[in-house]
Design a protein around this ligand. Sequence first.
Ligand code: SF4
Ligand code: SF4
Length: 206
Amino acid sequence: MFFCKNKNINNKIVLDINEGNKNNVIRRLKCIVKYADRHKYSIVINSELSDKKLNRELKIIEKGINIKKKEERYNYVYDEICKILDEKINTNYCEFKDNICYKDRIKNTNHQNGCCDCKGRGKCKYLIDSKCTLGTCMACKLFTCPMLRKKGINESVNSYLPLKVFFTYKQREILTFSFWTPKRVIINRLLKNKFVKPKDYNDEYR
Ligand code: SF4
Ligand code: SF4
């Protein structure tokens, strides 16, 4: 296998990543994680890449692989990706002005609070004084409406390598669709690999 070509000393796999082998290593990372878990190996990732986003994600993967308890690993990866998403959200890409977001200003609706208060569902119970008091819901942080997507802002679970490496397709669906849900509930869903889409807006905690 590919990583047999890498140093494997004292139950440690050393991955040296450079521009030449980058795509090959990234394509095989999921399989390397499985291999390391099966054999209880740890992994060291040495990156010579200049891409800061990718290097940050590789650091998360390196630390994540070496956390062998599933729940701890999920919590760690979840928190790190939420940190990245929060940094982006704090740039105000939704262009809130006077509490009216980009979409609602373009549509001239005067609607406040963006998609935290939406038609059908009404105002989210965690929105107090126009602030999210939950702060741990990855699906909310990932959500980008069609208006944002039109101007090139498009978040997705698949844009984050650690989520692709550590979670299955089904688990990434859980992360995408568990809106307005506390982290502990989402982690539980990930551990059980089970998610029943809520029947209505009040049916959240399953
Ligand atoms: S995602 Fe779209 S609808 Fe939601 S707050 Fe941002 S601009 Fe508004
Ligand atoms: S949980 Fe989601 S929908 Fe509710 S206030 Fe926070 S960001 Fe908005």
